[in-house]
Design a protein around this ligand. Structure first.
Ligand SMILES: [Fe+2]
Ligand SMILES: [Fe+2]
Length: 169
């Protein structure tokens, strides 16, 4: 079978997808350990399961890129986002999932525009997984009482002193 040339933007979108999935692996793996330090083994276990799911997404992207004849090259991982408690971690993680959902949605739409159905289907399948994951995180957040009004998006250098006392890193 002769394969049509893949649009460079589709290849770039695959590379960014890999970076985002590996960012999620690093973030959920780190947070699982953090929860372990806090003595919340049950939540740590759930975060470990999420880490494995994100690793499987990364592997699917690597395999897909290889099948297209391109070398996987994730560019930059985002730093791990942290918070002083489980609710804050979940708030951070829903933001990362939203980034993934947005990325896959845009990537699938672009494939539609250039008539690339196989890659469009690939991105849509990952989109569905992340939408499902996003809903699970949202349900967990609701079990804990929902988002705080101000959230943790602005945790940063200004509060590092207070944060490090509780977050252990
Ligand atoms: Fe993922
Ligand atoms: Fe996810």
């Amino acid at each position: 079978m002769v394969m049509d040339a893949v649009h460079p933007r589709v290849l770039a979108d695959l590379g960014r997808a890999l970076s985002l999935e590996l960012t999620a692996v690093q973030q959920y793996m780190t947070q699982a350990s953090l929860l372990g330090f806090w003595g919340d083994e049950a939540s740590a276990e759930r975060f470990r399961e999420e880490t494995v799911e994100e690793m499987q997404h990364a592997e699917r992207i690597v395999q897909h890129m290889l099948s297209l004849g391109v070398a996987p090259a994730a560019s930059q991982l985002q730093p791990v986002r942290h918070a002083p408690d489980l609710l804050g971690l979940l708030e951070q993680n829903t933001e990362l999932e939203e980034q993934l959902i947005h990325h896959y949605d845009q990537a699938a739409r672009f494939c539609g525009l250039v008539g690339d159905q196989p890659n469009g289907d690939f991105f849509r399948s990952l989109l569905e997984d992340e939408q499902h994951h996003g809903r699970e995180l949202e349900a967990w957040l609701q079990e804990l009482g929902g988002r705080r009004r101000r959230g943790y998006a602005r945790y940063g250098s200004g509060r590092r002193g207070a944060l490090s006392q509780r977050a252990t890193f």
